[in-house]
Design a protein around this ligand. Structure first.
Ligand code: ADP
Ligand code: MG
Length: 537
């Protein structure tokens, strides 16, 4: 076949391009992305605030969760659209960074997407919108910083207020008088408030036990172990305990390779049994010789952590035995009990042991039991919380709510500043940003104004969820902020706009600052997508 002439080739190429290049495609992809993400945001919007609704989430196998926590709702929701998934990730990111404000961040992202959609329809280029949103977010951060006030970490009453604000919106809010101070005390116990800039929440062990009510929950200055004591006849209560933590097993060793030993006569069998006895007895004796009377054994997947015979020996020697300590809990227990984890019998000696006044097994209703260690000699910056609840749903939500409250206090350790709540920071940004927008030119001014309007959705939603007239409330709030009442917010209890600081509704700066930053970042990345490409695999 003759090669086609150069000119006609060029012509056909451009013709093909015209056929294949769909000018409207980026627009429609962007639009469908925004619609999908907005649908997710709308789903959690009704949960925002103290008067927000809760969601009942049913999983495929029939498990039910009742929650108000944005991150939990989104995490369990099955979303298919890739951009909708970005909002799920967004709320996760907020959960990691701040721990609270997970609904707020999604509501904000939804509002910003809505604003972006409007701006796009006016013909403003996505890149312009994205850049303007970024600069607006930077301004917003400055405004927040200006309106925040410093926190004195020794002011427990103030910290309590903040923990209470975060618990306000939860199912267990009527127990906040107990849970809020508990969160404050727990965090304060494990940090050095002068030097620390972060909190390792792993050092606060929350053990959930069904039974009783949330009000019976307690903070324990010592350790709780979610296990039972093992062995018949072994002590279940030991005073002046010397605690050992071992990572080896007290059971017959296994060969490295899979093989079989064939025993042909009774004498051989007898010898094998005797040797096993001897081997286990030797280990138990050595443990006893070190002075240990409470033994914690790490969970083992290779073989039994401790077998029946060894339990029998330990019981005879009056050693309390607790098995199946999870690998990730070893650090916690070694810190709180002041004992050193020992990986081989040779290193098991008196120095490795920790000391406690009392170790006892306490019943927690039903056949549940938990081991409580009190009077530890050297409380090594770790605490335990025994959380109670009359049913599984309440118990789990109490756990999540307490986690939020702990995170709020952690935020204050990271950044010691607070803001009034109830939509005050969002409105303050909206008012100030709209003023600042006057100094900008062209499309940027438009985008900043849209950004400011979008943030008003937070107070709007708070009012709407509380059954107030959102338009009236937001207008009144806007007036107040324009007149310099920067701490005014939506008072959901009284049903009008008041000074939030007087109402004791305060929240950490980090929660709001991080929400605005993350939401605008997420919206910017959604705007930049102009095509969804399916991968081969
Ligand atoms: P998130 O998961 O984002 O933390 P919440 O449902 O906890 O969502 O709601 C948090 C919002 O509720 C914040 O804006 C906070 O300021 C507001 N809020 C909390 N308590 C009150 C209150 N008593 N009055 C008004 N607003 C409140
Ligand atoms: Mg909250």
């Amino acid at each position: 076949m003759a090669p086609p002439a150069a000119a006609s080739a060029r012509q056909s190429a451009s013709g093909r391009e015209r056929n294949f290049k769909d000018k409207d495609k980026p627009d429609s992809v962007r639009n469908s992305n925004i619609v999908a993400a907005k649908a997710v945001a709308d789903a959690v919007r009704t949960s925002l605030g103290p008067r927000g609704m809760d969601k009942m989430i049913q999983s495929g196998n029939g498990d039910v969760t009742i929650t108000n926590d944005g991150a939990t709702i989104l995490n369990q929701m099955s979303v298919i659209h890739p951009t909708a998934k970005m909002l799920v990730e967004l709320s996760k990111a907020q959960d990691i960074e701040a721990g609270d404000g997970t609904t707020t961040v999604v509501v904000m992202a939804g509002a910003l997407l809505d604003a972006a959609q409007n701006l796009l329809s006016k013909g403003i280029h996505p890149t312009t919108i994205s850049e303007s949103f970024q600069s607006a977010a930077t301004e917003a951060d400055k405004i927040l910083e200006e309106m925040s006030s410093p926190v004195d970490f020794s002011n427990d009453a103030l910290l309590n207020k903040m923990a209470t604000t975060s618990l306000n919106s939860k199912v267990v809010s009527q127990h906040s008088w107990l849970l809020a101070p508990m969160a404050v005390t727990a965090v304060k116990k494990i940090i050095n408030s002068d030097t620390d800039t972060n909190v390792n929440l792993k050092m606060i062990k929350i053990i959930k036990k069904m039974g009783d009510t949330v009000e019976e929950s307690e903070l324990i200055e010592g350790a709780l172990i979610d296990q039972k004591t093992m062995g018949r006849g072994a002590p279940t209560r030991v005073e002046k305990a010397k605690i050992g933590l071992i990572q080896f097993q007290i059971s017959p060793p296994k060969t490295d390779m899979e093989n079989q030993v064939i025993i042909t006569d009774y004498a051989q069998m007898d010898r094998a049994l005797k040797e096993e006895r001897q081997y286990l007895l030797e280990i138990c004796k050595q443990i006893k010789a070190a002075g240990c009377n409470v033994l914690l054994i790490q969970k083992s997947i290779l073989r039994d952590a401790v077998n029946e015979l060894a339990l029998h020996f330990l019981a005879k020697m009056k050693i309390m035995c607790i098995k199946d300590i999870e690998r990730e809990d070893i650090e916690f227990y070694s810190r709180i009990l002041g004992c050193r984890p020992v990986a081989s019998l040779d290193h098991f000696n008196a120095e490795a042991l920790g000391y406690a006044d009392l170790v006892e097994e306490i019943p927690t209703g039903g056949d549940g039991k938990v081991i409580k260690v009190t009077g530890v000699q050297n409380p090594g910056h770790a605490v335990s919380i025994l959380l109670r609840g009359s049913n599984k749903l309440v118990l789990e939500e109490a756990d999540r709510s307490l986690h939020d409250a702990l995170c709020v206090i952690r935020c204050l350790v990271k950044r010691k500043a607070l803001l009034p709540g109830g939509g005050a920071p969002e409105m303050e940004i909206a008012v100030k940003l709209r003023n600042l927008a006057q100094t900008q030119h062209g499309a940027k001014q438009y985008c900043w104004r849209a950004f400011a309007d979008a943030l008003e959705l937070v107070p709007y939603t708070l009012a709407e969820n509380a059954g107030l007239s959102p338009i009236h409330t937001v207008t009144e709030l806007r007036n107040n902020h324009a007149n310099g009442n920067s701490s005014y917010g939506v008072n959901v209890r009284k049903g009008y706009v008041t000074d939030m600081v007087e109402e004791d509704v305060v929240q950490p700066l980090l929660v709001t600052a991080s929400a605005i930053k993350q939401a605008s970042e997420c919206v910017r990345s959604i705007l930049k997508i102009d095509d969804i490409v399916m991968a081969v695999r």
